[in-house]
Design a protein around this ligand. Structure first.
Ligand code: NAI
Ligand code: CS2
Length: 494
């Protein structure tokens, strides 16, 4: 029974959107790893709405790997309910999300408690939002066997610490206990996220137990998904805003934009909620959707994260108030990224680009450029490197005339990671150590040339094209000598 009835009374008495299905029969059928902001404002909402439309509700149990603290106990006290304020440019929806059954931190309760949860017989899906780095992949998309978490898990696979090790161990236990497997569904911004998750898990399982790897190969489904909703990290100001909107404080509460989209490859090995009843699109191949969103939305986000930060903008909506930056972002979407997409989705890409500009312009969403700028080593390959390489063979571009704005994005990242634009700068990236070493000045090589040797971002296909590297270095030098504003003004897209 919830002990904090004050919280429940407050949200009951407030005018909030809420579902009405009975939660007395709500069982954990989904275990979600990476119980961060995005999952709670996206997949949890879709599941809540699908539960309302269907007779068999699916409950979600959240697991955090590395976070510590009493938050999960506080969540139980409010009966595992969470508030969400969805803010459009002109309207706001206050919502209470009712699809959760509980949450835990492995760092507090230990991995065996998490494994026991994942082995409950009715669990049918393990989903993930663990950020790009959580998959422990090489730049080629295979398991990184040298990754520190993987090395540790290979020593003690039955007490794993990586998400990959934990899922594999849970599948091993289920197989031994003769329980059906669960589907593994990635909801991270990674192209072909299902295939990559499968590659990581099979790569790891093969090292631990080849028979188990074969069983996973035969029995477990890894649907890919394209996910979209802008959900900024909460800060003290956002929590205050949320409290004023909802009439009650909620440490689990979030503020998101009002838009949401979810495209899911419909291949599950043990059932799924009827997410289509909540507006999700079920497809046989999610790749074209992922590519469109990752390049046009996320690629532009990374452009604004680096170039916008160098211009002194704290939030994405401020970048959209900067006319030069806004025009360049639209040009990046329509004149570069849109041309790099491999399949025709029958989507009007110009209209899509304008809708993204309008979402980015939403002043009610305080999305920090610095948040998006994090983990660039993981984000740049799918958002900038892959499209550039495609565009070298796509008119009007060529190997001699590479795309300008994507090159500028890369040069912007090279400046950003030096932190000269911000006296309080800290580089947040899983490769920060290697990058910091490359940033140490040497007499023989310039910093930009030195960074071009950073393999997680600049793969050998990229380095095969001297004009491409030259264009990135030219932009790098121009930013250094003339300043970012002069470089932007010198481009012809405004
Ligand atoms: P968050 O910071 O609120 O949560 C991140 C979660 O990932 C935490 O639970 C953290 O413990 C976990 N994590 C971090 N490193 C990990 C590792 N090495 N292994 C396992 N778990 C790890 O971030 P948020 O907003 O939930 O975003 C998470 C991911 O969701 C993003 O990286 C992105 O791929 C995806 N996403 C986020 C959107 C957003 O607007 N916030 C929108 C679309 C997708
Ligand atoms: C952002 C995304 O942080 C980032 O890298 O580009 O989280 C973005 O907000 C979402 O993908 C929108 O769906």
């Amino acid at each position: 029974m919830p002990s904090d009835t004050r919280f429940i009374d407050a949200i009951e008495s407030h005018s909030v959107e809420k579902t009405h299905y009975s939660r007395t029969t709500l069982q954990t059928k989904i275990v979600h790893i990476g119980f961060g902001a995005f999952h709670r404002a996206h997949q949890a909402v879709y599941t809540d709405l699908a539960n309302e439309a269907d007779s068999t509700p699916w409950g979600i149990f959240g697991i955090n790997l590395f976070r510590k603290g009493k938050l999960t106990e506080a969540f139980a006290k409010q009966d595992n309910l969470a508030t969400l304020v969805e803010k459009g440019t002109h309207s706001t929806t206050k919502r209470v999300v009712r699809s959760f059954t509980g949450a835990m931190n492995i760092a507090d309760q230990g991995v065996q408690v998490a494994l026991a949860k994942m082995c409950e017989p009715q669990v049918a899906i393990v989903s993930l939002t663990i950020t790009e780095k959580g998959y422990c992949l090489t730049p080629e998309g295979l398991l990184n066997q040298e990754h520190s978490l993987i090395l540790q898990d290979l020593i003690s696979p039955q007490s794993p610490i990586s998400a990959i090790g934990i899922i594999t161990e849970a599948l091993r236990l289920r197989r031994r206990q003769k329980k059906p497997p669960f589907s593994v569904m990635s909801c991270d911004n990674i192209p072909e996220n299902g295939h990559k998750t499968k590659a990581a898990i099979l790569g790891y399982a093969t090292l631990v137990d080849p028979e188990l790897a074969q069983w996973i190969q035969d029995q477990v489904a890894f649907p890919s998904t394209m996910v979209d909703r802008i959900v900024p990290a909460m800060d003290a100001h956002a929590f205050l805003d949320l409290e004023q909107e909802m009439g009650v404080a909620d440490d689990f509460g979030l503020i998101s934009e009002d838009f949401k989209q979810w495209v899911i490859e419909d291949q599950f090995c043990n059932g799924r909620p009827k997410w289509q009843l909540a507006g999700a699109t079920m497809v046989t191949n999610v790749l074209p959707y992922e590519e469109m969103k990752l390049r046009m939305l996320n690629g532009s986000h990374s452009f604004l994260a680096y170039i916008g930060s160098l211009c002194g903008h704290t939030y994405i909506y401020e970048c959209m108030e900067d006319n030069t930056l806004k025009a360049l972002t639209l040009a990046l979407m329509t004149q570069e990224q849109a041309l790099s997409l491999s399949a025709d989705l029958n989507v009007d890409l110009i209209e899509y680009a304008h809708s993204l500009i309008s979402r980015f312009s939403n002043k009610n969403i305080k999305h920090q450029t610095a948040q998006i700028a994090m983990d660039g080593s993981q984000k740049l390959p799918p958002r900038a490197i892959d499209p550039i390489l495609t565009l070298l063979n796509t008119a009007p571009f060529s190997k001699e005339q590479p795309p300008q704005l994507l090159s500028l994005l890369l040069a912007g990242w090279m400046h950003f990671i030096q932190g000269k634009h911000d006296p309080d700068f800290t580089l947040v990236d899983p490769e920060s150590k290697a990058l910091t070493t490359l940033l140490t000045p040497s007499n023989s090589t310039s910093l930009s040339e030195s960074l071009l040797s950073f393999k997680p971002v600049f793969n050998k296909d990229f380095l095969q094209h001297p004009e491409l590297s030259k264009q990135v270095i030219n932009f790098y030098n121009a930013i250094e000598k003339q300043g970012i504003r002069a470089v932007l003004n010198g481009l012809s897209h405004t």
